[in-house]
Design a protein around this ligand. Structure first.
Ligand SMILES: Cc1cc2nc3c(=O)[nH]c(=O)nc-3n(C[C@H](O)[C@H](O)[C@H](O)COP(=O)(O)OP(=O)(O)OC[C@H]3O[C@@H](n4cnc5c(N)ncnc54)[C@H](O)[C@@H]3O)c2cc1C
Length: 291
């Protein structure tokens, strides 16, 4: 459900990066992620201190949608609005149907997350260009990225300063900003993001033809650390997941399974343990009064 990106570049611009290429290389080496420094790539880039190639994959979203909706069709209900959730010590009843547990993976859109978060409406731009152009991420700091999608001739342009459309404590405010993004806002952002791309990709206007916007909302933890970790909260039989990045699904799965295991390790107060039953039986047998 993913494909390798043929040419995946991390480029450090000379003036606009917060760090120089040697420092970036040190950080990459420390992570243990394999990379190769390169002198040139198949795109004409300007004002670059240095660049590297690293393996990365692009997710085939439509294929994944099709795969999971086919394989899970017996247990999957799509497009169902959650109207009621009733919660007891033993079960969760969702829209009148009883379950052992509920996992809310809406990133705080439905039930609140147990850490302090804010909502950030976002705007990505889609462009059409020839097939096989590289993915280029300009690092590090308030920079941008040109990235292929599962459609061979469609690319996204995202920008650290221009993609966010604000920060909101309430989801309703964030939704309203996302839903009211109009032509003038998109044209203004297109201009800003194109200007930014032209700093390093002088042929950007000729190579990439604007197709349209993608509007969405990110949920992020409050703080300056740019934290993208995965958080799993639990309240009784309801889990809330804030997944960070897509690969953290594996972490969330482990956390949820271990929390469920811990639940089952707990001996409910109204059910005597086998040890307690044995002790009571023995006490009764020898005539000791027990509680
Ligand atoms: C601009 C942008 C760029 C990103 N880039 C990357 C990236 O490069 N790499 C990466 O790994 N991640 C990236 N992300 C994060 C990415 O969104 C997640 O990794 C991925 O979508 C997580 O999938 P998910 O299923 O956890 O959440 P989502 O895809 O957000 O799914 C949440 C679901 O909950 C549903 N929902 C919401 N409210 C309710 C409700 N009340 N009742 C029922 N359902 C509800 C929504 O309809 C949605 O389908 C990016 C996000 C944005 C916005």
């Amino acid at each position: 459900m993913s494909l390798p990106v043929g040419e995946n570049i991390y480029a450090v611009p000379r003036q606009t990066s917060l760090i120089d290429y040697d420092t970036y290389k040190l950080i990459m080496t420390a992570t243990g992620i394999p990379y190769k420094s390169i002198e040139t790539c198949s795109m004409d880039l300007r004002n670059i201190d240095g660049m590297m190639k690293a393996d990365e994959r692009v997710i085939l979203i439509e294929k994944a949608r099709h795969y999971f909706s086919t394989h899970l069709r017996q247990v999957l209900s799509l497009g169902v609005k959650i109207k009621s959730v009733d919660h007891t010590n033993h079960s969760v009843t969702v829209n009148g149907e009883k379950f052992d547990y509920m996992i809310d993976a809406t990133w705080g859109h439905f039930s609140p997350i147990q850490i302090e978060t804010f909502f950030e409406p976002t705007l990505l731009l889609y462009f059409e260009a020839e097939e096989g152009l590289p993915a280029v991420t300009f690092v590090d700091g308030p920079l941008y990225s040109i990235y292929p999608t599962e459609e061979k001739t469609i690319y996204t342009l995202s920008s650290v300063p221009h993609t966010p459309l604000g920060r909101y404590r309430s989801i309703d405010e964030a939704r309203s900003v996302r839903d009211n993004a109009d032509k003038s806002l998109i044209e203004m952002k297109l201009d800003l993001m194109t200007q930014q791309a032209l700093e390093n990709v002088p042929n950007f206007r000729d190579q990439y033809k604007f197709l349209g916007p993608q509007l969405s909302i990110k949920t992020k933890p409050v703080g300056n650390s740019d934290d993208r970790s995965c958080y799993v909260g639990k309240s009784g039989r309801i889990f809330t997941v804030m997944s960070g990045k897509i690969d953290t699904i594996f972490f969330a799965t482990e956390r949820i399974l271990s929390m469920i295991e811990a639940d089952h390790g707990d001996v409910p107060r109204d059910v005597p343990s086998s040890l307690l039953t044995t002790i009571r039986a023995k006490a009764t047998e020898i005539g000791i009064s027990v509680r």
